[in-house]
Design a protein around this ligand. Structure first.
Ligand code: FAD
Ligand code: SF4
Length: 331
């Protein structure tokens, strides 16, 4: 690991000030940043530690229209919150199906949202070229082992998958993040937080280097109660998604769908909202056939590579199963 200066921030304002130093980087739980520093993917000159900031570590379920989480809230605290489990099972499940208990005890919501891809070439480095790690060097995955790579949103420069689970559930429910920087405060929809790679895959998201996510806000909706986060992976714990789906339903009398939410994880360069699939179910009942048809619509534009075509059918079934689970909860 390259040497660095350590700064412990006493406030959000102090952290923003410290981020003005060249090559400064925020540290929250450290569960992914330290990893990347050891792999020399990240080589910050200054590390600005915000993990002890109480102003960022809270869960506010008292508001009538939205749930609000400080960006420093721990994944495990949010996952285990009884009200969130009841009113928003998809949120809770997206967190407790991620990583391990030890990691969730340390890791924060802000850090989870801004984690980087798990592409093995990106993490492994030389001799493999990687445009995300070394802009302009090439992409080893495109003609290499692409089993875990993206079916949606890839470019000629990069096909890496966005690996996080929480962002998928947040995108399904129109959540936003509040961001503070030297220019003040702004709000960014989670659906617009992550970037497609295009020809600049080294830029993962739309935030500036000196901006801090301070809060995550999730609108309350009845579709939250009828929701789930279904994650399919190589083993049942401690693994990233091969495919995942966050689904939520509001049902009218007779089980007819009034509101439908579907977002896909593990398959795109960023989380994907499957709006055509959502619309296909409104006004219908969720049956095995309509759920399967919605899954097929969600994956209609998938572009598999050499080793990942199996994840198209897997993804269709993940969406269909997640809709059936959501329906049971929404009834
Ligand atoms: C073995 C292993 C398995 C894992 N499995 C999963 C999984 O299945 N699903 C999943 O979703 N995740 C998984 N993860 C990732 C894990 O969830 C992340 O490491 C964790 O959420 C990161 O949170 P952190 O607070 O530790 O972030 P840090 O490591 O401190 O920071 C991560 C990044 O976010 C930036 N950052 C942190 N906070 C803020 C903020 N408030 N504003 C702006 N930038 C910020 C940092 O600068 C850094 O770039 C796994 C990790 C490991 C090591
Ligand atoms: S897919 Fe992206 S992250 Fe992976 S090797 Fe190619 S450029 Fe790098």
């Amino acid at each position: 690991m390259k040497g660095f200066q350590y700064v412990r921030a006493r406030s959000v304002a102090g952290a923003i000030e410290a981020l003005a130093a060249p090559d400064a980087k925020l540290l929250a739980g450290g569960t992914t940043l330290y990893d990347l520093m050891k792999l020399r993917v990240e080589t910050p000159a200054v590390v600005v530690d915000i993990q002890r900031l109480k102003e960022l570590n809270y869960i506010d379920t008292s508001r009538p229209r939205e749930l609000v989480f400080g960006s420093g809230a721990r994944m495990s605290d949010v996952a285990d919150n009884p009200l969130i489990k009841r009113d928003y099972p998809a949120l809770s499940e997206s967190l407790w199906r991620a990583a391990s208990q030890q990691l969730r005890n340390m890791a924060t919501l802000g850090g989870n949202l801004l984690q980087r891809t798990r592409c093995g070439y990106f993490r492994g480095g030389a001799p493999f070229p990687c445009n995300k790690r070394e802009p302009g060097s090439g992409c080893a995955a495109i003609d290499g082992i692409d089993r875990g790579h993206a079916l949606f949103g890839g470019s000629a420069s990069c096909i890496a998958t966005y690996p996080g689970d929480l962002a998928v559930a947040l995108v399904a429910f129109d959540a936003v993040v509040d961001v503070v920087g030297p220019g003040g405060r702004r709000t960014v929809p989670v659906s617009e937080l992550h970037r497609e790679p295009g020809d600049t895959p080294h830029i993962d998201h739309v935030l500036r280097r000196d901006e801090i996510i301070v809060a995550v806000r999730v609108p309350r909706t009845t579709a939250g109660r009828g929701s789930t986060y279904l994650k399919i992976r190589d083993r049942e714990s401690y693994a990233f998604a091969l495919t995942s789906a966050a689904t939520g339903l509001t049902l009218a009398r007779g089980g007819v769908v009034e509101d439908c939410r579907i977002a896909l994880g593990g398959v795109g360069t960023r989380p994907i909202r499957a709006t055509r699939a959502e619309e296909s179910l409104v006004g219908k009942r969720v049956t095995e056939a309509t759920a399967r048809a919605a899954g097929e619509l969600a994956f209609a534009g998938a572009k598999p590579g050499h080793h990942n075509a199996f994840r198209v059918e897997l993804g269709i079934r993940t969406v269909a199963d997640a809709l059936v689970i959501a329906k049971k909860r929404a009834l």
